[in-house]
Design a protein around this ligand. Sequence first.
Ligand code: SAH
Length: 231
Amino acid sequence: MTDADSHPLGEPGAERAGRIAALLAELRRQGIADERVLAALARVPRERFVSPDLARQAWENAALPIGEGQTISQPYVVARMTEALALTGGERVLEIGTGSGYQTAVLAELGATVVSVERHAPLARAAARLLADLGHDVAIHVGDGSLGWPPDAPYDRILVAAAAPRVPAPLLGQLSPDGGRLVLPVGPAADQDLVAVERRGPETVESRIGPVRFVPLIGRAGWPGREDEER
Ligand code: SAH
């Protein structure tokens, strides 16, 4: 083993490569078939998106805490949502709920131009710093993403990483009418469906992808937040 094989966090290269291979094998078994998506996941150093004490669990197929009561999404869910976006490269993508920035990095790896909105400023700051450090040119904004991000609309794709009570109307309005696609979890805490909505001119076609569990989308076109909640 050479130094070049070691990850900066100290895990030997071969061990890390083994963990990545095991995760990809599990994702394939779970039905992820898009090799471009799997390759993008393998390229994004997930250990960098969690705190150092969780780095050894970074390649497990699990959501992990990232602070502010939020979690980094499970790799399977990131893969499934990314696959559902059907990116071919060059799309303008709006992401709601930056969190750690992990999903953001996967989208950027696939050649998307990403605009991401996060309501917790500390998470947005940390994600912006890390993504820049990894060489991704991504715009991260602090705000209520349930209202989308009008300045850069329309978007070819919109991905929402928090569960909404229903498809937020402002997001539909910011989706390209010409084949634009929105992927988001819809439903209350214990009963959410991953939904894809495609715009074909004036029509929208909705399909269900499967059951998921996300933190709530808190905002004007999402769930109400607690009065005393820190913003
Ligand atoms: N995909 C991210 C995890 C996102 S967790 C990752 O892999 O790290 C969902 C995120 O949505 C949380 O960070 C939460 O703060 C954020 N969120 C919830 N409601 C929001 C809103 N209305 N606007 C923007 N972000 C929101």
